[in-house]
Ligand binder design. Structure first.
Ligand code: MN
Length: 323
């Protein structure tokens, strides 16, 4: 998806500071365009830009899109990151300039590596009447951020136990390991809990974790998180306890070791400096013409004739490094 938020999150974020687990509440962000989807954004926030290498967490739906025509995100660029698409309901058709054409489906991860630069589009087919999912980004570390663009798909086999079901789409959890390549250690899993269930998870104490709650209320090692909250768990513990109450819970568990690098994040670009952002933006704008789109640094999504999304204007102030 394309991030159309052109102002930094400084003014809107809310957070409840607490020792240990910290609840980050979402802000409502319109993605813009004629069929404006709204998303609930929990990362980045003013005081926290990253959880591991995870740098962007948007949660959306369930949206009844039968009348609006669904998701139509025209070609737009990315650099320096991987996009991770996870759906609960609906389907989205992905096309990118590295030649990949794939459907995003519930329970199956699509991971697109932007590396030095890629362009892509995302369109829901007419058969999709409800869209519900999460759009996540992973920052690439400095030594890998100019890798070739790539794409991976994985449909994890559910791991089940008393009162729970998990799908491990990145990294390792509950004895399952995803084959998808990442450039820093990462964890990504969907977990379903029946009502009245406690799930004790072995986790890497070097990881910081984020629990994005889709549905229900869950206790995250003793701190309650509700729908669309992102519970941050600092490193240092090898156990994570997830407890549901009188209703089932669906959540995404994200994590990784602290990223340790400062990033400059603007629009669809993860860079290291203001100047880099200016350069990437100019390369994209050079591909946009009065009649559509020409080839260039980011290429063109193969098989897509939608007019491209122009970059928003740069802010007057220098973009700040965040970590
Ligand atoms: Mn995108």
């Amino acid at each position: 998806m394309s991030n159309l938020e052109d102002k930094p999150p400084e003014l809107e974020c809310e957070a409840t500071p607490a020792a240990g687990v910290e609840i980050m509440t979402p802000r409502d962000v319109p993605l813009g365009g004629p069929r404006a989807m709204r998303v609930r954004r929990t990362l980045p926030q003013r005081h926290r830009s990253l959880i591991g290498a995870w740098c962007f967490v948007d949660h959306y739906g369930p949206d009844l899109v039968a009348d609006s025509g669904g998701m139509t995100v025209a070609p737009h660029p990315h650099t320096g990151l991987q996009t991770v698409s996870w759906l609960f309901t609906g389907e989205v058709e992905h096309r990118d300039s590295a030649g990949h054409h794939a459907m995003v489906r519930p329970g199956e991860v699509n991971l697109m590596t932007a590396g030095r630069g890629i362009s892509h589009s995302e369109v829901s087919p007419p058969t999709t009447t409800t869209l519900h999912g999460a759009q996540l980004w992973v920052a690439l570390p400095d030594d890998s951020r100019f890798v070739d663009p790539g794409f991976a798909h994985h449909a994890p086999k559910p791991v089940t136990g008393p009162g729970y079901e998990a799908r491990v789409f990145l990294g390792s959890l509950l004895g399952d390991t995803s084959p998808v390549t990442t450039y820093t250690p990462l964890l990504g899993a969907e977990i379903l809990l029946d009502a009245g269930t406690t799930l004790e998870l072995d986790v890497d104490p070097a990881y910081e974790l984020g629990v994005l709650v889709d549905a229900g209320v869950v206790s995250v090692s003793g701190t309650e998180a509700g729908s669309s909250d992102l519970a941050f768990v600092p490193p240092g513990s090898s156990r994570l306890e997830l407890t549901s109450y009188d209703e089932p819970v669906r959540l995404l568990l994200l994590g990784g070791p602290p990223f340790g690098e400062s990033i400059v994040m603007w629009w669809n670009i993860v860079a290291r400096t203001h100047e880099e952002v200016v350069d990437w933006r100019a390369r994209w704008q050079a591909q946009i013409t009065d009649t559509g789109m020409v080839d260039g640094w980011f290429g063109r999504p193969v098989g897509d004739e939608l007019p491209p999304i122009p970059a928003p204007p740069l802010p007057n102030a220098r973009l700040k490094e965040r970590r």
